[in-house]
Design a protein around this ligand. Sequence first.
Ligand SMILES: Nc1ncnc2c1ncn2[C@@H]1O[C@H](COP(=O)(O)OP(=O)(O)OP(=O)(O)O)[C@@H](O)[C@H]1O
Ligand SMILES: [Mg+2]
Length: 467
Amino acid sequence: MGINPCSRMPKSVLIAEDETVLRESLAELLKEEGYEVLQAPDGQAAYQIALDRPVDLVLSDVRMPVMDGIALLGHIQKIAPHTPFVVMTAYGTIESAVQAMRAGAYDYLLKPVQFDDVLMKVQRALQFAEMWRSQRVITEQLAEESTFHNLVGNSKSMIKLFDTVRKLSTVKSNVVICGESGTGKELFARAIHYNGVTREKPFVAVNCGGIPETLIESELFGYKRGAFTGANRDKIGYFEAANNGTLFLDEISTLKLGVQSSLLRVLEEKVVVPVGDTHPRQIDLRVIAASNQDLEKMVEEKLFREDLLFRLNVVKLVLPPLRQRKEDIPELVHHFLDKYTTKTNKSVLGLTNGAMRALLNYEWRGNVRELENVIERAVIFAEGREIGVEDMPFNADGISDDVGEDLKEALSQFERQHILYSLRRHNYDKAEVARHLGIGVSSLYRKLDELNIPKNVGETSAGSSSI
Ligand SMILES: Nc1ncnc2c1ncn2[C@@H]1O[C@H](COP(=O)(O)OP(=O)(O)OP(=O)(O)O)[C@@H](O)[C@H]1O
Ligand SMILES: [Mg+2]
């Protein structure tokens, strides 16, 4: 149970407790559960251990000789600020538990401690720390970026949207973000979170469409050990993991009506009850829901609960498709050029006018994501200092080369482009390309034939420049 499923390394718990009998029985209990246990009879000794090696959790008494639990907490926070700290205190000294929580302890246990309680709190604290750690990485990455939380845009519609994000910085209102695929819904959700009062708290993104229907409630609300087959330990849900911060529910339109009702109840009552549990947990967070479907229309069609939409729709952001804000294209192009020249260490300086015209004329069905992919590819294959129209997957009028309306024709054009892309990417090594495409080498040769790609493509200079 104390095993981390990713690394298969046991989690380590440092116990600081001056009562030997209690300390040793706790150590025994945790060892049996698979944790690695370190013991110290006072705060000073515990601090020495933590200086020597990383520990995953500290379980500490408050009153101890030499250095007490509160002082130890302060020291641990300096060397390992995200290590969860759980304090143990006697009934008569409950105010010291409050003091510890204020000073940043994750949780507390009242003495005499109940072993079940110890195991549950240790496990929850470790799970929380793990989620928190993965969220920290994102905060730190974002902090390095310059633009408005990575969002680029100068069009009127974008400026207005940025303004709304700024206005949301002091409140935790729920938000609905609508927009076609690739318009930046997730990026906006993160901007709202990191620009606001929630910035130091968790941001948890959940793709509702990616979770099987039977698991969705237990993933969102958590479950109790034994709640169903396979639930061999308690697990906190995304709601609790995102507590005090933001829960980003992507593709909200995929939720079935039953789950929508449960979600509504949680939002109204501000408590979650894990599956198989009866004990409600208070929550306070902001939900940002995203959808590329028209939720109002789904309400009319009785596929989405109107009352749930009201709850979520306190503020609504509608992200316009890229083809309706073409004035943003040049800035986005330069943003992605910077990103990918840095990444690939190439010295591409810019685009020819023809290439820019092609980008402006194109119907961006895949929106900013598609634009980003086009620029990434162009940078990878650019041979000179400028990207030309020949580096685009469409011509200067923004029309994909040679593609008519016929579906079969369009598919084979796509296949051709994709195989050429893969060939270039893997240095024309056919075995490697076949492996990445998931087909056999002889099938690849057949495809080359069908798609009129010379078999010796890339092997002679004439071959490569003719693509
Ligand atoms: N205004 C913008 N400025 C810079 N990059 C952007 C902008 N909008 C989107 N992007 C980039 O485009 C890509 C797609 O954005 P994102 O994932 O937020 O879109 P989405 O609307 O959530 O898409 P989907 O509906 O497919 O989930 C990301 O790489 C993102 O960084
Ligand atoms: Mg998305």
